[in-house]
Design a binder for this molecule. Structure first.
Ligand code: CA
Length: 220
């Protein structure tokens, strides 16, 4: 079952969409306030987000822009503003798809299914399963014994496979309170995470260090 984060401030529309998604076999969490979205994404594990453009607190474009600085989660924008579509789909913002209001809930569920299929094609190759609610990670089916900090670090790296994250970027993911720690603290967490991953696939080190820059995750 896939977990979907539905962000929509019109209660009736949100309830209708949630009903259709649940009937389609998805688990749905609903938020109505733009300010709550990114904290929820950072803490929970969602397979896809449906994001309304006009929201109280923080608008969808702004949320999308920041989301893409740390996550490649599949994203469908919902908008009544046809003039915004080009920007929504632009590389700069990085939405995967959009749907114009008013839409048929059936059409939306079909789009969700299609996008999940497209994005799911890459996930199993990583051999990594993350459950952010339980802070549990499995690599090649093996449960990893990770600290919360190691878990967050792995989740941040796994969200952008092959892409190098700097120590600063990693720090922002692993400490929710924006505390500042020394680079060597990050390095020692990486070292522990690496040791636990390598224990599953001896001889293969999935964590790549890029000298002076940071780290990336290279899973087959
Ligand atoms: Ca709205």
């Amino acid at each position: 079952m896939s977990r979907i984060l539905l962000v929509e401030d019109e209660p009736k529309l949100a309830a209708l969409v949630a009903d259709y998604l649940r009937a389609g076999g998805h688990e749905v969490e609903h938020l109505a306030d733009g300010l709550a979205v990114l904290p929820a994404v950072r803490q929970g594990h969602y397979d896809l987000m449906l994001l309304d453009l006009m929201l109280p607190g923080r608008d969808g474009l702004d949320i999308c822009r920041e989301l893409r600085s740390f996550s490649q989660m599949p994203l469908i924008m919902m908008t009544a503003r046809v003039d915004e579509i080009d920007r929504l789909l632009g590389l700069e913002l990085g939405a995967d798809d959009y749907i114009c209001k008013p839409f048929s809930p059936r059409e939306l569920v079909a789009r969700v299914k299609a996008l999940l299929r497209r994005s799911g094609a890459q996930a199993p190759a990583l051999g990594l399963e993350l459950d952010a609610r339980a802070f549990q990670a499995r690599y090649k089916g093996v449960l990893l014994d990770l600290t919360p900090v190691e878990f967050r670090m792995l989740a941040a790296l796994a969200a952008r496979p092959g892409q190098v994250l700097s120590r600063d970027q990693l720090m922002n993911h692993i400490y929710q309170d924006h505390r500042v720690v020394a680079d060597r603290t990050v390095d020692s967490h990486v070292k522990n995470l690496r040791r636990k991953l390598v224990a599953v696939t001896p001889g293969q080190d999935p964590v790549r260090s890029v000298y002076g820059v940071g780290y990336s995750l290279e899973l087959e």
